[in-house]
Design a binder for this molecule. Structure first.
Ligand code: NAD
Length: 274
């Protein structure tokens, strides 16, 4: 174990799969105590060809404990504000404070069948906005309410809020309007919340990943031709692994990023450099 996040209390939503699961492991390795939060404990499995080995071997919090870390699981539905409020309360009840809130839970139903905006269903629109945007708003709201009122740590900071954005929060893509709208809104919500929270020394930042091999992208990547095309869109190393994004979350929650707030940071193998 290393100690960049020693004894910090972290909630990670969407911790049962992909980037959230990798972030929970990475933060636990850095000494944080982890509240794993998801709709269910069980993890998804991805296409074995893309598997990084972190998708198997049981629930995230059990894996962390087996490796000597501290972790609990709290069931949450991020589309329900009361459920998110309860999640923050559960972290504080368990460990007395909340230092890091990773609003990672998300989904992308449009990605299964990209289609022009005029043919998109209202249902896909509403559910995408509900999870990807409203869920992040509730996470910021209840985490910030806790953080601004708690004692600062020895470095003077009171907390770190980290939001899941995307390359598609920074630019558009055809056929997935709700996803692009939700992530674009998360980027600017991050900036706005950062300004409210700055006087209290609470950081609010976002991470904008390129395509990463997870349960979310697994159906698309089953098409080898499409996967190769997506690989070429990322000049540096092709599509990413969940761990590549987890490292960025760890950095933004550490003292190495102490003068950073209000940033939507690409972690994308050069996708948005083009
Ligand atoms: P994933 O599908 O592997 O995992 C998402 C997790 O979120 C799942 O465990 C799921 O159960 C959980 N979740 C979904 N709805 C929820 C809800 N209402 N309440 C609580 N939990 C819920 O996805 P991933 O690829 O790891 O993506 C994680 C985040 O990163 C998402 O916000 C996604 O939009 C973003 N992202 C992913 C990629 C990519 O290519 N995979 C790229 C850019 C951004």
């Amino acid at each position: 174990m290393s100690n960049r996040l020693k004894d910090r209390i972290a909630i990670i939503t969407g911790s049962s799969s992909g980037i959230g699961r990798a972030t929970a492991f990475a933060m636990a390795t850095e000494g944080a105590k982890i509240v794993c939060a998801d709709l269910r404990e069980a993890t998804w499995r991805v296409n074995p060809a893309d598997s990084t080995g972190i998708e198997s071997d049981g629930p995230t919090h059990e894996r962390i404990k087996a490796n000597g870390g501290e972790s609990i699981f709290v069931k949450v539905d991020v589309t329900n504000p009361e459920s998110v409020e309860h999640l923050v309360e559960a972290a504080v009840k368990q460990w007395g404070r909340l230092d890091i809130m990773v609003n990672n839970a998300g989904w992308a139903p449009e990605g299964q069948n990209p289609a022009p905006i005029w043919s998109r269903s209202l249902d896909d629109w509403q559910k995408t906005i509900d999870v990807n945007l409203n869920g992040v708003f509730y996470g910021i709201k209840y985490a910030a309410a806790q953080m601004v009122g708690q004692e600062p740590l020895s470095n003077g900071d009171r907390g770190w809020i980290l939001n899941a954005c995307s390359i598609y929060g920074l630019r558009g893509a055809p056929g997935i309007p709700a996803y692009c709208a939700s992530k674009g809104a998360v980027a600017n919500l991050t900036r706005s919340a950062a300004l409210d929270c700055a006087p209290f020394r609470v950081h609010v930042n976002a991470v904008c990943p390129g395509y990463v091999a997870t349960h979310m992208t697994d159906p698309a990547f089953a098409d080898a031709k499409l996967k190769e095309q997506v690989n070429r869109e990322h000049p540096f190393m092709g599509v990413g692994r969940p761990q590549d994004v987890a490292k960025a979350y760890v950095f933004l929650a550490s003292d190495d990023a102490q003068w950073m707030t209000g940033v939507a940071m690409p972690v994308d193998g050069g996708f948005t450099a083009k």
